[in-house]
Design a protein around this ligand. Sequence first.
Ligand code: UN1
Length: 495
Amino acid sequence: MAAPEIGLFIDGKWTTPPGAARFTTRNPTNGEVVGSFVAGTAQDANAAVTAAYKAFPQWKATPPPARGEILLRVAQELKERKESIGRIVTQEMGKVIAEGRGDVQEAIDFVEYMAGEGRRLFGETVPSELRSKFCLTVRQPKGVVVCITPWNFPTAIPNWKIAAALICGNTVVFKPASTTAMCAVEVVRAYEAAGLPPGVLNLVTGSGGAVGNPLIDDPRVRAVSFTGGVDTGRSVNVRGAQDMKAVHLELGGKNPMIVMDDANLPLALEGLLFGAFGTAGQRCTATSRLILHEKVYDEFLGMLDQRVAGLRLGDPLDPATDVGPVASADQEKKILDYIAIGRGEAKLRTGGNKLTGGAYDKGYFIAPTVFETAHGTRISKEEIFGPVLSVIKVPNYQEAVRVANDVDYGLSSSIYTRDVNLAFRAMDDLECGITYVNAPTIGAEVQLPFGGTKKTGTGGREAGSVAVEEFTEIKTVFVDFSNRLQKAQIDTTAS
Ligand code: UN1
């Protein structure tokens, strides 16, 4: 079957610019083509911003609860298509089907949550220092917003950004990762089917250089929300700064799980397997470091060996599969390069190879890999974004926390302990945006803020009710009903 040829979505219409170049996405399990997409240009980026700019005044004037009704319809559309979109997620980037569905569910949850924000969008009322004067804040949209999204949560993350931007009254140009362009198309179709007015959401597929940069540089764009790698994030930030744009960055992680000597080890083991090898380790929140107390070191690693050996790698559409392929040839190369580095600086305990033979030859399958390492090696500090776990032995809680914090990132973290005092101390001590107690580093829920410290990002948090901070300007309003000139800081004792 020929791959469907998809256009750009600009001003409410799917269009293919004359003479457009195309790129395809491929299933990382077997190499089959999933779809063919327009390799957008600066001209396409310009057309999309023009449409979003034109649509902005009307959308801003639409009452937020009415915007919320459209979002509820988007959520409904996504619910109806959950199974088919979940399968596309799995076919396009390789996460196992339960997680493909989970990706879409996370999108649904957030869009629904943001619909309710249409009846909140709270401001503040604050007392005045003067009599007969009223002070308040209101939230206003920023204008045209650009959302640039990654392939690892190809429906959830776009919706975290798009739904939050839209409920606040912004219009959006969406530039998805090229690896998962079909997932992006499915997201946009849900908004289209829900009756979003033309121009309010526009999709331009294509590379960061050809489409992303012109979008960020366009003076009509007021904010950029980016999730992806640190190097690209830095360049997005620098470009955005030229024009004082609000830039929100959600970047890498090197997330630790601390397992103390009093932990429930079978529980910690289940959490570790899910955190380290779920989504083939390709989550920003993946558990990439196990910081293990020396008293339970041998016992716990023995338990881990056994379970890792039992993980089933294969077709991610098969519900019996535990770990699917990694998302692309680029991903495979980067992960195998890190494994080679690890072999030189640490002790390989399990895995460490690409799977070959039979059906594996058609895809990008990497064996779940465990290294024992000292803290400070490259594999213990750099983000690998694959099924590779570094295990670090520590003598006590203080050292566990020191190791946990001594990396450039600060997204997620976890501690397994039965000591309630230690759990609360860890909540305070771990330098990052998210801490789990007796649960793995993955699995954030949309009604709570998501994001991190240090090189993980800047510009506030996504998700939760604070998601609206990223997409609104606060306007402070003073209403003086005294009928005379009152001077703040000067007339403060006036009666
Ligand atoms: C990401 O990998 O960027 O907490 C997002 C989790 C998911 C979201 C991950 N709910 O693992």
